[in-house]
Design a protein. Structure first.
Length: 470
């Protein structure tokens, strides 16, 4: 008779565990990245009793056979933070502790701490690959995602482009051979290094040295005689000229040359001579001295001993030497009968920049946006997946740990080899279905009450039996 009591008691224990599972689901209905759990029941192995037909198996109740998680994706909720991330598809974020332990989570609520580490609420650091600035690809092994500095390093200028139109009706203002370079006086104590009436057109472009310091390079143009030949000089401010031998009137005077146009106003030839700063001029040979098809000039804004900080900057006026002739690009300098002007002016290179914001792409690439206008790819987030995610061990704090049952983590960039993609400014919500949990709670309650009724009935039957002997 007591078998029924024991069966009912086993059911009460099972329903208590089921209620605990459901209660935990409801409690975490608003927990980011939480995965709903479900329990499955199994019958307890029966006992064998004699019967009229031989032996009969008499059930002994139920027991919780398994509590497992449903790893289906939760809904996405927009966020104002670019470091709030959600995985669209399969996989887990990887996070690491200070002692090298690795955990896995679907909760993508990250932020940058004061050390530049991308951390979750528990202070564990998101994992990924550092990006090689030269190739743009991830390099090395998976490591902590740490932006080592909130500044982007400067980049030295290597090419300066100036596209000008020089008025074909302009007059020669600095008469004579090399009249324009002779008009330059870098040593003038009054600061007037070239007279306004010594040239037809000037244009300035900002360049950067290796330390990120900004300097102006100014080109002056003047017509030679009445033909289609123009002379130009390349200059910088004399105070910025740190070439070892630069002195006197040659301070700031970097190069000079001629620009020759054809009958259609297009560049047909050009020359350049380099000034060492002491009045010694060295003609450049198009066959040997060009870089990228352009003449180069060599300023030095830092003045290190031995000339180690001398720069080499290509001068691109819209024409490239192909080994035998100058070839004009679609955007090139011209000599037309219109006022002299600068159509385009630019140089590569930039100064140091402060990190203003970060952005994260769907492939997990973290880019830093800096005050100098540069965007640098810094890291790529790693995603991990498991052949048997049901075998992961729950560690609390929305974290899972790898086990023998789960198998080893398979890692890769987002969007590759079955990995999900990253959605920035987004958080994955719990996948708890509240309507289902309410229904399950009602069913658990009714099942619990039914088994209490079994115990009550067994008690009444046992009482009736005892009354016979009383």
């Amino acid at each position: 008779m007591l078998n029924g009591v024991y069966s009912a008691i086993s059911a009460l224990k099972a329903f208590q565990k089921k209620l605990s599972v459901s209660a935990n689901n409801v409690a975490n209905a608003q927990t980011q990245g939480f995965k709903v759990s479900a329990s499955s029941s199994e019958d307890i192995p029966p006992q064998t009793d004699p019967s009229a037909s031989g032996e009969a198996q008499l059930g002994r109740g139920t027991i919780i056979g398994d509590i497992h998680e449903n790893f289906s994706q939760g809904s996405f909720e927009p966020s104002s933070s670019p470091t709030d991330l959600a995985i669209g598809g399969d996989g887990f974020f990887m996070v690491g502790t200070s002692n090298g332990e690795k955990f896995y989570t679907r909760d993508g609520h990250f932020q940058l701490d004061t050390s530049g580490r991308l951390v979750n609420a528990s202070g564990f650091v998101a994992q990924g690959w550092a990006i090689d600035p030269n190739t743009g690809q991830g390099q090395g092994s998976i490591q902590d995602i740490v932006i080592p500095t909130f500044k982007s390093p400067p980049r030295e200028t290597t090419i300066l482009e100036n596209i000008v139109n020089l008025d074909s009706e302009a007059k020669d203002r600095s008469v004579g051979m090399n009249g324009l370079s002779n008009a330059w006086d870098g040593g003038n104590p009054n600061g007037y290094h070239i007279a306004d009436d010594a040239y037809v057109h000037e244009t300035s472009t900002k360049v950067y040295n290796a330390m990120g310091g900004a300097h102006d390079i100014t080109l002056y143009f003047d017509r030679r005689g009445t033909g289609s030949e123009w002379e130009y000089i390349v200059t910088t401010h004399p105070f910025a000229d740190r070439r070892e031998v630069a002195a006197g009137s040659d301070l700031g005077l970097l190069a000079r040359g001629n620009l020759i146009f054809d009958a259609n106003g297009a560049v047909s030839d050009m020359t350049m001579e380099i000034n060492d700063g002491a009045g010694n001029w060295r003609p450049q040979n198009p066959a040997t001295d060009l870089m990228g098809g352009h003449f180069t000039f060599q300023p030095d804004f830092l003045g290190a001993t031995g000339g180690s900080t001398v720069m080499s900057i290509q001068l691109d006026l819209g024409s490239t030497y192909n080994g035998s002739a100058w070839v004009n690009a679609k955007r090139t300098s011209t000599q037309y009968a219109s006022p002299s002007n600068t159509a385009f002016s630019a140089a590569d290179g930039y100064g140091a920049g402060d990190l203003q914001s970060i952005s994260i792409k769907k492939d997990g690439v973290i880019s830093g946006n800096y005050s100098n206008g540069e965007t640098l790819n810094l890291f790529q987030i790693a995603i991990a997946r498991f052949n048997n995610p049901q075998g992961l061990e729950k560690m609390g704090h929305n974290l899972y740990a790898e086990t023998l049952a789960s198998g080893n983590a398979v890692t890769g960039p987002p969007g590759t080899n079955g990995m999900g993609i990253i959605d920035s400014n987004t958080l994955e919500q719990s996948n708890v279905d509240m309507a289902k949990e309410i229904v399950d709670t009602i069913l658990i309650q009714r099942g619990f009450q039914s088994n209490l009724k079994v115990i009550q009935t067994e008690d009444e039957m046992l009482g009736s039996l005892l009354d016979i002997f009383s």
